[in-house]
Write a protein that binds this ligand. Structure first.
Ligand code: FNR
Length: 367
């Protein structure tokens, strides 16, 4: 482990061929403001991301790899030419400010609703499932509904899912992103395969740890092959409950994945910690085990403050910290952290859906 008592959030970080100007990362944040029809990234989104370009790296909101991968109204996709063109405007606006941006590749699996495609959501297995998602209500506004019991993916459908990730990674590269981050966290499709409870399969994608990890690692390999390991990241949430899924073997699975991911020399492993969502604080021992399993760069998120990030950086346990809600409310978050300036408070009522209010109208600091 590399202890460095002088390391700060405001020093550069080299990830493969790319150097981040600082270690304050904007976490992936679903905001449900894409254009309909077509789930197309728009000019308002470009302005929102551009405002936050002082981050060392921006990670995009979850972006569906296929129509089937969509789980919430007005989330953007990265599977049509129109969507790629929309993202190209966004990556261009961010690059013009000298910043970097990753695309988060997303398939929600069972966290979805038949109103999006006219078909049942898919998952590892067709088990009972209690969770809610957000669809367009009769009056057009966001409405919370129960997710139906999903349909189990057939074995012969799995190559198509891997292919959708591969196409999405190529699209991300073509749209001008700097990295592709695979979303294998928060109880969405890949974690539905990883977790013992949600995966009851008896084929080679279910059963033991290696079988349950097979889809995630096939996706990782496909995305690496489509682009380059140095341009690929993956987000996991091994501990805690998200979207009605808590893996009793999550700690073990997290370490297994960290080792497999580390072996592939990806740009970074992104750890989503559970305490911001009602879960436990990640313990120091587990951090050390993750670090030992994954010697490459680790970005971590979840209830971070500058102080917590700095102490974990200096202990050699993380390499950068991602901030979610603080970045929603503070477009100039790196400066505010660096100068210990007060933070704007985020307004939860405008997190999901709507227009510029609570999206592009949070002010930067002015004395
Ligand atoms: C999130 N989070 C999230 N995570 C992810 O991997 N993909 C996503 O699309 C989203 N969307 C999202 C939307 C909103 C409104 C919130 C608040 C959170 C989780 C996020 O990346 C981060 O892990 C948490 O917000 C915890 O970090 P903070 O907010 O405590 O810094």
């Amino acid at each position: 482990m590399n202890h460095d008592h002088h390391l700060s959030l405001f020093e550069p970080l080299t990830l493969g061929p790319i150097t981040l100007a600082n270690r304050v990362v904007m976490a992936p944040l679903t905001r449900m403001r894409a254009d309909r029809p077509g789930d197309v990234p728009n000019a308002l989104m470009a302005e929102y991301y551009r405002q936050r370009a002082s981050a060392g790296l921006i990670i995009s909101e979850g972006t569906q790899i296929s129509p089937q991968g969509k789980g919430y109204m007005d989330t953007p996709g990265i599977h049509t030419d129109e969507q790629v063109a929309g993202w190209r405007r966004i990556t261009g606006a961010v690059h013009a400010e000298g910043a970097l941006i990753a695309a988060q590749l997303w398939h929600v699996g069972r966290v979805s609703h038949e109103s999006f495609t006219g078909e049942l959501p898919v998952s590892a297995s067709a088990g009972p499932y209690r969770n809610r998602t957000t669809v367009r209500g009769a009056d057009g506004s966001p409405t919370r509904v129960d997710c139906p019991i999903p349909r189990a993916l057939r074995l012969d459908e799995i190559p198509g899912i891997v292919g959708d990730y591969r196409r999405a990674a190529r699209n991300a590269r073509d749209a001008g992103f700097d990295f592709a981050e695979i979303h294998a966290a928060h109880g969405y499709l890949l974690q539905q395969f990883l977790a013992a409870d949600s995966n009851q399969r008896t084929d080679e994608y279910g059963g033991n740890l290696a079988n349950r990890a097979r889809l995630t690692l096939e996706v990782l390999d496909a995305v690496i092959e489509a682009w380059d390991a140095s341009r690929v990241a993956i987000r996991i949430s091994p501990i805690g409950a998200f979207n009605g899924l808590e893996d009793p073997e999550g700690a073990e699975m997290g370490l297994y994945l960290a080792e497999e991911i580390g072996r592939r020399r990806v740009a970074f492993l992104h750890l989503s910690e559970p305490d911001w969502a009602g879960g436990p604080v990640l313990d120091e021992d587990y951090r050390k085990q993750l670090r030992a399993a994954h010697p490459g760069p680790i970005v971590a998120a979840g209830n971070y403050t500058a102080e917590k990030a700095t102490s974990l950086l200096q202990a050699g346990l993380i390499d950068a910290a991602a901030f979610g809600r603080a970045f929603i409310a503070n477009p100039d978050l790196p400066r505010r952290l660096r100068e210990s300036l007060p933070l704007n408070a985020p307004d939860q009522a405008t997190f999901y859906g709507g227009g510029s209010a609570g999206y592009t109208d949070y002010p930067a600091w002015s004395a």
